[in-house]
Design a protein around this ligand. Structure first.
Ligand code: NI
Length: 281
């Protein structure tokens, strides 16, 4: 085969493999090759990963096009919490100086969590918030500066929620899909003003009060049920210290750790409505 033809064939193979393996979105739809088959020129800087892949010697092409495992679609949780024993770990009041350490722990254990962020803290740790999304965690709104919302005017509450959504979106590109009122304080008037579900909890570890990792684990394991939402705070070092052993024990008892959205998947989860846990029949 003439060398130009051979190069063209390899290029076709690379493109086919990339498209089949789910990388098609990374390629600009208008991208074409020039007459010399100059891929770098044709692709420009649109996708560093693809550009690098295609720049390797042709002898390594089979390695480069090895299948890429696509993550599950967002609307298809890997776990069915109507059948499996699911639990959601939730962390409030961050991000803070221990949050990245917690993310390391969760990454090592390969479990997701949901973070109820304070808008005023997000700007101090934008990379941490972006990392949460990148690593599969869910973000929630916990107001801007932690007031008891039942004491706010309608305009004040809207500002607390709106400013936090804006800060989270700026840092991570996503907008929180659930809201947790500080102190769990809410009523029928405030609920109507919240345009997402309100997510409370059924397992309160009181970690902020006793600062004892062993006690946090003990309370959580005593009170957890299938469908539970566990409340902790990542702004305390002792809370983060409890997580590795807590995850191990939950796994040992047959629980799958999921995000809040996955916990409630397949059942009623409406705006302006408060939930403490997934209801089980
Ligand atoms: Ni709080």
């Amino acid at each position: 085969m003439p060398s130009r033809l051979r190069v063209t064939a390899i290029i076709s193979l690379v493109f086919s493999a990339l498209v089949l393996s789910g990388c098609s979105a990374a390629l600009h739809p208008a991208t074409t090759l020039n007459d010399d088959g100059d891929l770098l020129q044709a692709l420009g800087d649109q996708d560093e990963r693809v550009t690098q892949s295609l720049a390797v010697p042709t002898t390594l092409v089979p390695k480069v096009v090895a299948p890429v495992v696509a993550p599950p679609a967002p609307d298809e949780p890997a776990v069915n919490c109507a059948k499996a024993k699911c639990v959601a770990l939730t962390f409030d009041d961050g991000p803070g100086k221990y949050t990245d350490r917690l993310l390391d722990v969760l990454a090592k254990a390969k479990v997701p969590a949901t973070f109820y962020l304070l808008g005023q803290n997000v700007g101090n740790y934008p990379q941490t918030v972006a990392r949460m999304v990148k690593e599969g965690h869910q973000l929630g709104n916990h107001t801007y500066d932690h007031p008891s919302i039942t004491r706010l005017t309608k305009a004040q509450l809207k500002k607390q929620i709106g400013a936090t959504n804006a800060a989270v979106k700026k840092a991570s590109g996503v907008v929180p899909t659930t809201f947790r009122p500080p102190y769990g304080a809410h009523n029928s008037v405030t609920d109507k003003l919240v345009a997402t579900p309100l997510l409370l909890w059924d397992v309160d570890t009181l970690d902020w009060q006793h600062h004892d990792p062993a006690k946090t684990i003990k309370i959580a394991m005593q009170e957890v049920h299938s469908g539970s939402v566990i409340l902790m705070h990542d702004i305390h070092e002792t809370s983060v210290q409890a997580v590795p052993k807590l995850v191990t024990q939950l796994h040992k008892d047959g629980y799958t750790l999921v995000t809040v959205d996955d916990l409630f998947a397949g059942q009623s989860f409406k705006k302006s409505t408060a939930y403490t846990r997934r209801s089980t029949r």
